[in-house]
Design a protein around this ligand. Sequence first.
Ligand SMILES: Nc1ncnc2c1ncn2[C@@H]1O[C@H](COP(=O)(O)OP(=O)(O)O)[C@@H](O)[C@H]1O
Ligand SMILES: [Mg+2]
Length: 284
Amino acid sequence: MTTDTLLTVADFSVVYDVEPPVEAVSHVSLELRRGEILGLAGESGCGKTTLAYGIQRLLKPPAVITSGSAVFHDESGEDVDINSLTIDEMRAFRWNKVSMVFQGAMNSLNPVARVGDQLDDVFTTHRPSLKKAERTDEGKRLLDLVGVGRDRYRSYPHELSGGMRQRVMIAMAMALKPQLMIMDEPTTALDVLVQREILIQISQLREQLGFSVIFITHDLPLLLEISDRIAVMKDGKIVELAPAATIYRQAEHEYTRRLLGSFPSLTGDRGDFIRGGQHEEGDQ
Ligand SMILES: Nc1ncnc2c1ncn2[C@@H]1O[C@H](COP(=O)(O)OP(=O)(O)O)[C@@H](O)[C@H]1O
Ligand SMILES: [Mg+2]
């Protein structure tokens, strides 16, 4: 039986075993719903990337998972405890069930291979039964889907803008129809307009295709536009998790309000907001 929950993270902690040790993720619990866009916001260094890597078992030493679990509720009805998978199982799991668009991913395309060939590689590796013509069709369809356009199938990365390259990475992440896509600051290096276009596209694709998204950024106002719910992280902990509209209108935590206030675009006069929040005695 499938449930409405796709991923259950419970009491999850990660420590970097350095001197002194850093508890980057501290007893995080959250449930991700099927088809939902969950925004994960918080200042640089609060543990967002570590959490994202941790729940996919992508962490390397000195990172150690010190408590908790991440259980993926597959659409087949099977529950998969990510910590119990073997390396081979994990590899298959990663592209097929969960995929990730990394921070700065657009620079990880192979500069000397056409984007179509790089898409083709994903299918050759993970869908060996597909014939060449089927792989090409599917690759072109994906380029259309993410707004690059099939006429770019034979382009090299350097012939595309940064935004287009990032869309190609999103196409690759979507190639095997994962149930969850984790996007870690996927648009941070792009200009604001391009960022917005890509976000809107992700949100539309999610509606079309039904996958869930964990979208990570330090830019909380950006998340308000596309997320169903938003988790706010500080010092390794989730300090607030609520529907986007609630976060916008009545964030409970001072910290969340500060994150909102630190971006002038959505809150009007930034100076007033910050003064209002921090100097309640009123020095104006
Ligand atoms: N390889 C590492 N070794 C030691 N500390 C690390 C390592 N990677 C990250 N950290 C620390 O873990 C904390 C969380 O980092 P990170 O997950 O990258 O945060 P975010 O993605 O929110 O910017 C930070 O204090 C960072 O310095
Ligand atoms: Mg990060």
